[in-house]
Ligand binder design. Sequence first.
Ligand SMILES: NC(=O)c1ccc[n+]([C@@H]2O[C@H](COP(=O)([O-])OP(=O)(O)OC[C@H]3O[C@@H](n4cnc5c(N)ncnc54)[C@H](OP(=O)(O)O)[C@@H]3O)[C@@H](O)[C@H]2O)c1
Length: 308
Amino acid sequence: MTQTQFGATLVSDQPSQKRNARRDTNSPNNEPSSTRFAVTTVPVPTPGSDEVFLKVHSASLNPVDVSIQKTGGLVDHYPAIIGGDIADEAVAKLGLASRTTTPGFNSTLLGDIPKNRSYGQAAMMPLVRTTAYLAMYYETPHGLGLQNPLGSLGAYTGTPSLVVGSSSTVSQYAIQFAKASGFNPIIATASTKHTEHLQVYPWTPSAILSSPAQSLTYVVNAISDGFNGESISRVVASKNLPQNKQFLRDQWANMGKLLSDGIVRPLSTLEVKPGGLAGIPVGLQRLEEGKVSGTKLMGHPQETGPGY
Ligand SMILES: NC(=O)c1ccc[n+]([C@@H]2O[C@H](COP(=O)([O-])OP(=O)(O)OC[C@H]3O[C@@H](n4cnc5c(N)ncnc54)[C@H](OP(=O)(O)O)[C@@H]3O)[C@@H](O)[C@H]2O)c1
């Protein structure tokens, strides 16, 4: 590991601390120690036998990235490189090819970037699309356990459904999957300020309301804290959960058909933060402040300047 590459790295003020030591036991109040993002050089990792080495072109910023920095969740040691909702080139093990991937770079969790789509559009898909897909098609209690559109399109033709929080990116994929499964009408909730721009998508729902007006059997809540109904499943779209592994592999192996047929499409509302990796903490700050509305923030690591 003699080469180095740029990394947007989450560093702790106590660099060698491990997870579970995330709370500072020397602090009188057992307060969490602080972490911050830094752009620095890191050793180039060597891919394992089932992994690929990737050159990241676009990385989308997700609420979970903010949460990881704040809580130390999913971090085993510092410095840590987090994030992973990316579009990239596989530059080792698979040969040079345009690919998009979920976090972890496991070679079974890769998909081709759809034709005529930018790296940014592709980077918007892995985590959020997978979250919507799990929510709808994985068996309970991990999801709603619906019949999968990869096997049968339109299995729920004429059945009403509700998607809560439809200005979020996760919900935009939930609406597309609901269409693929034949649900109709698809009722969506969003703040009224989003009504107009949500109607430009080809998969616009049947109705966009500020709150659901009727009780429905099938509800996808794309916002963790926005729905008070009874919940039958809780979605965690992590590739690290043993129960998710095979389901995610199947999704990545088969999703290409829905993408190439245009049944599921990437969203176009993205905002690239300037400065490459240096722009990522700026974008995460905006996410933390709740100032991201109706768009997905994106970092382009290859645009990192010489002085960062
Ligand atoms: N369980 C998992 O594995 C998993 C994976 C990915 C994401 N998530 C969660 O899914 C949610 C959406 O993620 P995302 O990446 O799609 O976010 P996003 O695209 O950044 O969504 C932002 C939108 O969410 C809306 N919103 C925020 N709070 C809301 C509320 N209480 N009620 C209704 N709408 C609300 C905002 O609407 P306004 O513009 O009107 O403010 C904003 O437009 C987040 O809570 C995220 O943590 C979970």
